[in-house]
Design a protein around this ligand. Structure first.
Ligand SMILES: Cc1cc2nc3c(=O)[nH]c(=O)nc-3n(C[C@H](O)[C@H](O)[C@H](O)COP(=O)(O)OP(=O)(O)OC[C@H]3O[C@@H](n4cnc5c(N)ncnc54)[C@H](O)[C@@H]3O)c2cc1C
Length: 377
């Protein structure tokens, strides 16, 4: 592993930094999980796209700039360092897109990716159901063949769809063969949320965010061209998407390295008595360790290897690091941590990290069984 950047990569970093310096909004945008804040974030996404920064590692013909994975890491580092807005398009560009690159037809790639890059189509993910969370294979939402119309009719309910209330499209698993073994008989569909027979009911979270939604399907039609991968083979397609959510694509190290730097700055400005300095240093070390771990991972990906179940290691590590880091910030802030602000909001959201993208208990099961080869419980 070569830990030095080339002259071209350094030049790329300077370009990113210069653009962000002159374009990142001076004061933070309202939360992208509120209706008002989401609209402001979309304007930002479109500005990123116009300047060619929305999906740097994609091919130019889909709206990217053909950047290498290394350059993408640099982009991410600079993005977080600049304090740029959260990516409300993340479920599309970071989760669905890698799956479309791997499993999509050329027609699907040409049709879907440019609109996603330009934030014209906004994607939510539809896995969870009232009776299927950790046990995702328990999905009961169904898709029934409609030969005459050339597609499928969906029925059932999805829940906990992040920003579903604001999105135009949803990707998700539906049962196409109820007679098959649980993990078989599932198919991956790309659904237009504005289609007849789809009802999106948004609801507020305790923290005031209003993007969460339940999505109901009652005979909604999906044409054949919006099936991703093979019929009844959706489980392995979905596992590619969850791998992106657990791993590097969604959680690049830039996010944590920047948070750890900010934590150290907070400790310097307020003082860190009673063992707090050690916890600050520990978080900083853990963020750097995650960075090194991901550099090794990118080296393997560039060499053609797929991280597979190893993305569960990322997920465990970044989610627990994020909780510890924010707990330390809250202890540094003392009573001031009660006031609504970036640290308190970050702390609240960090608590969701061990739950979304598959709970950490499930990640431990995957690591035990698939990486360590231990017997199933
Ligand atoms: C902020 C946030 C955003 C989310 N966004 C989305 C989204 O956009 N789309 C979507 O589809 N879903 C989303 N989810 C849902 C998320 O994927 C589920 O909450 C998660 O998979 C857990 O499922 P559950 O809530 O049904 O809990 P359960 O599956 O009921 O689990 C309850 C508890 O039991 C434990 N448990 C369950 N089975 C096992 C086992 N076999 N071994 C050990 N422990 C076990 C779990 O770890 C957990 O602690 C989101 C969740 C959160 C918190």
């Amino acid at each position: 592993m070569d830990l030095t950047w080339s002259a071209e990569e350094e030049a790329f970093r300077q370009d990113v930094r210069a653009w962000l310096r002159s374009h990142v909004p001076g004061s933070p945008l309202p939360s992208g999980d509120t209706r008002h804040g989401f609209a402001a974030h979309l304007e930002w996404e479109r500005a990123l796209f116009e300047a060619g920064w929305s999906v740097v590692s994609w091919p130019k013909r889909f709206g990217g700039r053909d950047a290498s994975l290394w350059e993408w890491l640099i982009f991410e580092e600079e993005y977080y360092r600049a304090g740029a807005p959260q990516r409300v398009t993340q479920n599309g560009i970071f989760l669905l897109a890698p799956t479309i690159f791997e499993f999509g037809t050329a027609e699907q790639q040409e049709r879907i990716l440019p609109r996603m890059a330009a934030a014209q189509d906004l994607w939510a993910q539809g896995w969870s159901e009232p009776g299927a969370g950790s046990d995702l294979a328990a999905i009961t939402s169904r898709a029934v063949r409609d030969d005459e119309a050339g597609g499928w009719r969906l029925s059932g309910q999805k829940t906990w769809t992040t920003r579903g209330a604001f999105c135009t499209h949803l990707f998700g698993l539906f049962r196409t063969d109820p007679g098959a073994e649980r993990h078989r008989g599932l198919t991956y569909f790309l659904v237009d949320l504005r289609a007849p027979g789809v009802e999106v009911r948004g609801f507020e979270r305790l923290d005031g965010d209003e993007g969460f939604a339940e999505v109901f399907f009652d005979g909604a039609f999906v044409p054949d061209r919006d099936v991703l991968g093979e019929i009844n083979r959706g489980w392995s397609v979905a596992m590619a998407t969850t791998g992106s959510e657990r791993g590097l694509t969604l959680r690049s190290p830039g996010r944590f390295v920047t948070a750890a730097d900010r934590l150290a700055a907070l400790a310097r400005s307020r003082g860190a008595p009673g063992g707090l300095a050690e916890r600050v240093a520990q978080s900083w070390i853990e963020a750097r360790a995650y960075q090194l771990f991901t550099l090794e991972q990118v080296t393997a990906v560039v060499a053609g290897q797929n991280p597979g179940a190893r993305s569960s290691l990322n997920k465990l590590y970044w989610s627990e690091l994020d909780v510890r880091l924010h707990e330390t910030a809250m202890d540094l802030l003392g009573g001031d941590g009660e006031v609504d602000g970036p640290w308190s909001r970050g702390f609240e959201f960090s608590l969701a990290g061990p739950i979304y993208a598959g709970t950490n208990e499930i990640q431990r099961n995957i690591i035990a069984e698939r990486l360590l080869g231990l017997p199933r419980v």
